[in-house]
Design a protein around this ligand. Structure first.
Ligand code: NAD
Length: 328
């Protein structure tokens, strides 16, 4: 049993890409697709050379895992049904539209001993993969995620649509509980916030300042991390990472990086070199990688890269932020 028998539920914009990549993967056996919109389901099935199911339950009976790519408001009901059939879940982000619904899903998966992987795709961005083994203890983080206007996703706040990517990443990178949230947001062109700024404080002392906008003139997806003697710049759009380190001259640089002294800071005996390191990011298709990691987790009984509990944590943080914004 080397391949995961996978079904895809919801083959709209993103789900049709899931289907195409799953069909190409050597780690996945794409059993079929289902969508309430029969025409869409037939097209996705044709494009991915797989079966089009007219009944979701018939698909659930035939698979070990499902990729759930329906609108977020439907995650809860579809996920619970899939768990009733004993399926493992790949659940797009955010995990659900409310914290209660997300807790329900995580609880039921635990009871049924099924795995959940949440589609926080930026974990598989080459910029993050490039620093995976780099020692991190960030004390200040500045994140910007700006996109030009697109009505898709505007039914929810920018906090749930865009900022949730950075919330998940920052929780993953800082690995410390949030102790304080300070947030503001403005609905400029839609009914929910289109732009938001948040300052999170962590028990470790780290502070993260996050800005997200879906009404920007040009896109940007950047994160800067500052820690003792280091500055790490991540660009998720360019898929690259840059590391600047203060170092003594006799320090041996990390293997696998190309270091270069770019300047010198301080005076006299206290002067230290600033070394620039360019980790080599792996060339991957992030969506294909996250689906294959899910398949690997199920087939080899491993902990998924982004388990349901972490998807829940990101959503709880987003809910705290939305509560702060709503406060008069
Ligand atoms: P979409 O509207 O293009 O597609 C959703 C599809 O689900 C539609 O074809 C619809 O007919 C179908 N559907 C609705 N309810 C259903 C049900 N109960 N059973 C079966 N099919 C049903 O939406 P999308 O943009 O593809 O987004 C889908 C999910 O993916 C959302 O949760 C969204 O937040 C998430 N998403 C994640 C990212 C990311 O960066 N990871 C990006 C975009 C969207």
């Amino acid at each position: 049993m080397d391949k995961l028998d996978l079904g895809i539920i919801g083959v709209g914009h993103l789900g049709s890409i899931h289907a195409r990549l799953a069909a190409q993967s050597e780690k996945i056996n794409l059993v079929g697709v289902f969508d309430l919109d029969q025409e869409r389901a037939e097209k996705a099935a044709r494009d991915s050379s797989t079966e089009c199911f007219r009944d979701m339950h018939a698909l659930l009976e035939k698979v070990q895992g499902v990729s759930i790519v329906v609108p977020t408001s439907e995650h809860h009901s579809v996920a619970l049904k899939a768990l009733d059939y004993g399926c493992h879940l790949f659940l797009e982000k955010p995990i659900a539209s409310s914290v209660d619904q997300a807790r329900d899903i995580v609880q039921k998966a635990r009871e049924k001993n099924r795995k959940i992987q949440v589609g926080h795709i930026e974990r598989f961005n080459p910029a993050i993969l490039a620093i995976k083994d780099h020692p991190l203890k960030p004390m200040f983080i500045e994140a910007h995620r700006l996109s030009t206007f697109n009505p898709r996703g505007c039914d929810v706040s920018v906090v749930l649509d865009l900022m949730i990517h950075d919330l998940d990443l920052i929780l993953y990178l800082v690995k410390s509980p949030v102790t304080h949230v300070d947030a503001c947001g403005v609905a400029v062109v839609s009914r929910e916030e289109d732009i938001a700024n948040v300052r999170l404080k962590f028990a470790s002392g780290c502070v993260a300042n996050i800005t997200s906008s879906r009404i920007a003139l040009s896109p940007m997806r950047r994160m800067r991390l500052f820690q003792q003697n280091q500055y790490i710049a991540l660009d998720f759009q360019e898929k690259k990472a840059d590391i600047f380190k203060l170092t003594d001259q006799d320090t041996i640089p990390d293997p696998g990086c190309k270091p270069a002294v770019v300047s010198r800071i301080g005076v006299g005996d206290n002067a230290r070199d600033v070394i620039y390191e360019k980790p080599s990011p792996p060339e991957v298709n992030s969506l294909q990688m996250e689906l294959e990691e899910f398949a690997k987790a199920v087939v080899h009984d491993l902990e998924p890269e982004v388990p349901g509990e972490q998807g829940l944590m990101a959503l709880e943080t987003a809910a705290n932020i939305l509560e702060q914004i709503a406060r008069p």
